[in-house]
Every structure is written in C-alpha cells, then in structure tokens.
Design a protein around this ligand. Sequence first.
Ligand code: FAD
Ligand code: NAP
Length: 527
Amino acid sequence: MVRREIDAVVVGAGFAGMYMSYLLRKEGYDVQGIEAAADVGGTWFWNRYPGARCDIPSLLYQYSWNEEIRTSWRWSEKYATQPEILAYANHCADLLDIRPLYRFQTRVTKAEWDEAADRWLVDTDKGEALSARYLVMATGALSVPKEPDFPGLDRFKGPQPVTGRWPHEGVDFKGKRVAVVGTGSSAIQSLPHIAADAAQVYVFQRTPNFSLPALNAPIPDEEREAFEAAWPLYKQAIDTGEPGVEMLPEDWEPSDEELAEHVKVLWNGGGLVSTVMIPRLTKDERINEAACEFVRSQIRAQVNDPVLAEKLSPRSFPISTKRACVDTDYYVTYNRENVTLVDLNEGAIVEVTEKGIRTTNAEYEVDVIVWALGFDAMTGALTRVDIRGKDGTPLKDAWHGGPAMWKGMMVAGFPNLFTITGPGSPSVLMNVILAGEHNVEFIADVIDRMREQGETRVEVSEAAQEAWVDHVRREAEATLFPRANSWYMGANIPGKPRVMLPYVGIDYKKRLNQNVAAGFPGLMFEG
Ligand code: FAD
Ligand code: NAP
C-alpha cells in the first residue's frame, strides 16, 4: 500500500483542531486534517437540538489567540445560540483558510506506530493511508454520544433523535407527544423549547440536576466596552494561568449567615462563573451544602407543585461535582399542563415499545423520543480509534484500568501522539476553547523544539506519567467530586473505570509554562 508521507495528521475540526492545523501549517509543516463531520465546528456542528447554547458567556467562549478574529466578531447575546457559535466557527475557518487542510466526512479508524520509521501509519474509513511524523487527536472531550441501549428500540415507529447528533433538518414537535429521556444540560436546555411546541412532553428523570438561571439577554454596549477595556488583563490571565478575577481568599471561613448571603451569587447572573466565586465549593461540605440548599429553595420557589419541586431537587451529590447546568425557564416549564415528570426512581425504563416507552409502572405513548443521555466523555473518541503504540499495544488495553496519561496530552508507550483536553487536563472543568488553546500551544512548542534539535521522536517517561496520574488522583481525592456518579468520574458508561477524568488543580497552565521554560522535563526526545 502506498502511504502519503506528511508531517502531521490532525483529527478533528472543532476549535482545537482548527487552531492546531493552522499553527502547524503556519510553522511550515505539511498537515492533513481529518474530520468525520461535513464541515468545521465540532460540538457545534453536531449538537443542533433546540435551545442549545454555550454555558460560558459568549464574550469569553471564543478564541483568545487571534486578534483579527476577536475584533471582527460581535456576539449578540450573553449566551450565544448554537447557530451563532457555529457561524463563529465558520468565520474562524474562513479567516484562517482552514478548510483546504481538511478531508471532511472522513473518519480516522486506525493509527499504528511504526517503530522503525518514527511515524504514525494512519488509516481512514475512506481508504486513505497516511504516514505522519505526528498524530494530534483533537477529537473532543464530548464528541461521542451515549447511545440508548434499551430493548425494543427498533420497534418504535417514530423519530428518535439523539441530542449529540441532531438531524440537520430539525425535528417537528408541533402537536406531538414527546418523550425526553435524561435531565442533563442538553435536556435542560431543550425542554422549554420542545414543551412550547409539543402537545405533551414526558421527561424521564433518573437523577435531578442543579441548574442556574442564564439570565440571558442581548449584550449591552457598556458591557462590551467594559469587556474590551479589561481584555488585555484577561488575556494575560489566560496566558499565565492567573485567576483573572478578584476572588475571596481560599481560607474564607464565613458564618452560616454570611455563607447563606454569599451563595446567592449563584442566582445573580453569574452562571457557572459564579460557582468559582464561592471558595472551596467543591472541597468543603458545609459551603457546598449551603449552595445546594439555596438552589433547592429556588426550585421550590419556581415549581408550583411542592411534590414535583422535591422530585426536581438534587440530593444525591454535591453541587458542581456534576457540571451544573445553565438554563432559561427550565424549572418553570414544569408548571405547564403539557409537561409531566416521570421519576425513574419510582419505576425504571424496561423497554421501548412500538408506541413509546414502558417503565415498570406504565407505558407512555409518544410520537417522538429524544435521547439526551450524554457522552462517553473524554476517552470515548480516543478508544474508538484502533490506536496502537510501541509493541502494537492498543490504547484501549493500556487504559484498561483507567486512562493513564501525562497532562491530558501524551501517553507513555505512544511516541509522537498528542491529545487535546484529554484525561488529566482541566479540559471540561474550564472554558474548553481556552483549555484547547493551552494544549495546542504546548504541542506546537514540543514539535518546534524537535525540528530545531533535529529530533524525530518524543515520548513521555513512565515515571513522569505515573507522577502526574498520582497527582491528578490525589488532587481529586481532596475534593467532593468522587462522591458523584458523574461523567467526570466515568460513572455514566457501564463498565468504564471509575476515575476522575479532568484535573481539578488550578495550576495547570502555570505548570505547562514552567515545563516549556525548563526544556520539557519528563519528555524523552530522540533521533
Ligand atoms: P469538538 O468540538 O468535540 O471537535 C472534535 C471533532 O473531532 C468533532 O467534530 C468530531 O466529529 C471529530 N472526530 C472525533 N473522532 C474522530 C475520528 N476518529 N475521525 C475524524 N473525526 C473525528 N464547553 C464550554 O467551555 N462552554 C460551553 O458552553 C460548552 N457547551 C457545550 C454544549 C454542548 C451541547 C456540548 C456537547 C459541549 C459543550 N462544551 C462547552 C464543550 C465543547 O465540547 C467545547 O467547548 C469545544 O467546542 C470542544 O472543541 P474541540 O475542538 O476540543 O472538540
Ligand atoms: P449528561 O449531563 O451526562 O446527562 C445525561 C442524562 O441522561 C442524565 O440525566 C442521565 O441520568 C441520563 N441518562 C443516561 N443514561 C440513562 C439511562 N440509561 N436511563 C435513564 N437516564 C439516563 O449529558 P448532557 O446533558 O448531554 O451534557 C453533557 C455535558 O455536555 C454537560 O455536562 C456539559 O459539559 C456539556 N453541555 C453543555 C451545555 C451547555 O449548557 N452549554 C449543553 C449541553 C451539554 P444520570 O444523571 O442518572 O446518569
């Protein structure tokens, strides 16, 4: 087989992949991008369900590295909609002239390390065979939807859209009876929109979630100007890893009254950012419970039926140990006559029938089933590719007991392979576009150093990897995160090892900068 020889393959054309491909091309490398979707955008290409928006304010949820892009784009609302974010991704692709670098509608299926040549042999589902010095998996932390696996799925005659790969032509809910299964962010964002159209909606809830009000609105000019004035400081904070906003001290010890007063920050328009404004929220039980109780009190205030309000009130995990949701009108939607909560704790789903969904208590007849079951997060897109490192070891086997890797970017035994926002990096615990930038820039630094030194191979040492995995584990154990059955812990996918996947430490970017400045300790260069 003739393999086309290039410098780098970048898999994925989301924000991370586009930046990686752009940077490598700019530095003069021969890059081939590969993307399963028909166009750029990643998450925002696939997740077209009604109500999809960012949960980080739009002014922050954008590339920080390119002034031309930043100053040529104007976000309309505090939390941009999916179509607007996708339009922004297209704007970036246009300005960066990124599309000529990519093969779209093409999936990487296999990547095998060629030990003799220090190259990756990469295969796609379109029969393309490549040989590349570097392989960068910018495949997304939330890009593999969790598929429904209930018996009888094929019997149901109506549409069964999955939120994570929503049909481009949309789904008609007008006058229909609809089942929404799941109550994570995707369901919480889409429910008010579906309920506004549908005749009847049944929401199948296994675990209630904490949701904070978006208080979404057009961005006033004064806010835009204030943001612009503060931008140099934000950018400095992004690049140095400093907090960027003034915070209460980490050793804050409020009285119960002060605490009760302070947690109201959650309801005052700060969204997820406000969770950061509560020191030790994910470490201190008293502080966390005060925040939980405050949110529950708001649910009680919004939902007319007290029994229903209690069913919607999370009690089984500390707030923020699952990603909190940011919604518009989620809780009040349950006051509508056409919305019914089906509490799966009172009767689990048994099967999908020709007419709908049967639980142990009843059959719910519907015309459409919306599956909002989440994602095989952080590892799913990597383990779905047959990646084989030194000695032909499959990545899946190397990660049998959990994903061991260094700083979410490199795996011992897999030279010249880089991942972005992988396990052991802050990834989904921060603004993920910025998390991607941090990784892309580090990887570009490593590759540049290799060119300067005439090296052909880089691998993280077992010792450095073990030390990092151990550090990530210890940091997580010092928090409340392990108490939740969350996708952060791999708990949403049966059989997935229970490991805290993202890194909870707040010093990650500083550590990356130190590593670059010190000449990449922990990495072994050869060639
Ligand atoms: P992605 O955007 O996931 O792109 C990865 C791409 O890789 C995909 O297009 C996929 O098709 C492609 N790919 C994967 N495997 C292969 C393969 N084998 N071959 C070829 N192509 C492949 N984060 C925030 O910080 N704030 C938010 O508000 C926010 N909202 C979100 C809302 C939703 C509904 C979801 C699902 C996630 C959200 N996230 C949010 C996280 C979001 O994933 C990131 O913010 C960001 O868009 C990720 O960019 P990325 O380039 O790393 O990955
Ligand atoms: P999710 O948070 O994992 O929620 C999945 C839901 O499906 C949960 O309620 C889960 O219940 C339920 N579920 C899964 N399997 C089930 C089963 N077999 N039977 C019954 N219920 C089942 O997924 P998501 O809503 O797609 O969100 C994932 C992440 O994507 C978010 O945390 C966030 O990071 C990102 N996101 C962000 C936004 C945004 O606001 N910008 C929007 C969407 C997604 P359990 O809790 O009991 O497991």
